[in-house]
Design a protein around this ligand. Sequence first.
Ligand SMILES: [Zn+2]
Length: 309
Amino acid sequence: MEAGSLLQSFAIAKNGRIVSVEEVERGQACECTCPCCHGSLIARQGDVRVWHFAHATGTDCEGGAESALHLAAKAVIEHAGGIMLPGMSVKRTHTLADGRRATADVSRPDTWVDFDEVQTEVDLGTVIPDVIGRTADAAYLIEVGVTRFVDSEKLAILQDLGSPAIEIDLRKFDREAWTWATLEDAVAQGVEGKRWLVYPDRGDLEALAIEKARLIAMAQPEPLQTQPQPSLKAHPSPARTRYRVQGRIVDLIDFPFGVALWSPYDAHFNEVIKGWSRAYGGRYQPNHRNWLFPTAAKSFLTAEIAKRQ
Ligand SMILES: [Zn+2]
């Protein structure tokens, strides 16, 4: 896999140390080799292109730039004696039995950790982390990614191990070339390219966030206690709409079985209603002293009422 436009910024010096192209002699006099193919390198320190190593054969090998950057990143961690760990934020929502609900988050800030010992390429049996930084009570597993990153299989292995583990994504910086200073910023001091692979205290943070959300929910006003009213619910009042027709009250009442029209008795208006009754299928209900129309007649009735308002 090619590392895009990544140039080879580091190489292996004659004494075996990893060196930057900025600290060696120009050209073949650098006496450097490629950590990937072990071929001879030329230090290109020209005025046009950014300084970099090129293979003496004229053809750069595929993994040289990445391998060298990988080694340099490890050297940076060893030199710094620790790294800045990225913070962690957890957000949780809690719902009380009465329906009150709140969301809260709990965060840990970025924190520098000093390592007592920095090791590389240690075989842990199931995995070989790029770097292990040891403190008195923990081993931090550090993966440095340039083109290859931790996949789900490796993540599962790391989670099984349970040690704190982070990945440093150098591709994120989209740099063509690296120096010791830029690499120190990215790998040791900064947190921009870092993410937690295994955060052992995550369970504690989640529990804290849930407890915080619970307390916020408890502080909210209690919901109104609504008493069930089955009698009202079973027999809701029919919807009654009141109109005025030439000064007279006319009520239209919606029932599931039709629409009733009620108005105080008036001989003249009674004849009008009789006309509507014939036209729209209504009938007089003596017990209720109203007229019952089919539900479909309602729009005609409201239209007739509107004409006479
Ligand atoms: Zn090479």
